[in-house]
Design a protein around this ligand. Structure first.
Ligand SMILES: [Zn+2]
Length: 136
């Protein structure tokens, strides 16, 4: 157990290291319900109303919705300068430390939303902030 969830200065709740996490550590799996692309499109219409989504695209036709059966990994916030990356292996998504993470640091992943999907403004504050959570 490397992490805990608490209020984030960036957005809502966030995930924080409760101990030092060495680079390359597999921190947790992104769990949730396996859904089709069609189901994802339906759910995102609903999610747009609340502005909250926990859907992570697994491949071209399937996604994992952390809103159902998800664990703490769904609370990892976005940054344009992330310290964690999602690694997809055999139909599973693992969150892996991109660098050494100190105790009490917040974990961030680059959401890299599709450049053609709705543009989500970013306020991550990193020096290389793209201004949006989408890919450029
Ligand atoms: Zn940013």
């Amino acid at each position: 157990m490397y992490t805990t969830v608490r209020d984030s200065p960036i957005h809502g709740r966030g995930v924080f290291a409760i101990q030092a996490i060495p680079r390359g550590t597999r921190i947790f799996e992104y769990t949730g319900e396996l859904i089709t692309r069609e189901e994802e499109i339906q759910r995102e219409l609903e999610n747009d109303k609340t502005g909250v989504t926990y859907i992570y695209q697994l491949n071209d036709h399937e996604s994992i919705d952390g809103a159902y059966g998800g664990n703490d990994s769904r609370f990892v916030n976005h940054s344009c300068d992330p310290n964690v990356e999602g690694v997809i292996e055999d139909g599973h998504i693992y969150y892996v430390a991109l660098r050494d993470i100190k105790r009490d640091e917040e974990l961030f992943i680059d959401y890299a939303f599709d450049k053609d999907s709705k543009r989500e403004p970013c306020h991550c504050g990193s020096t290389n902030c793209r201004g949006v959570m989408n890919e450029m």
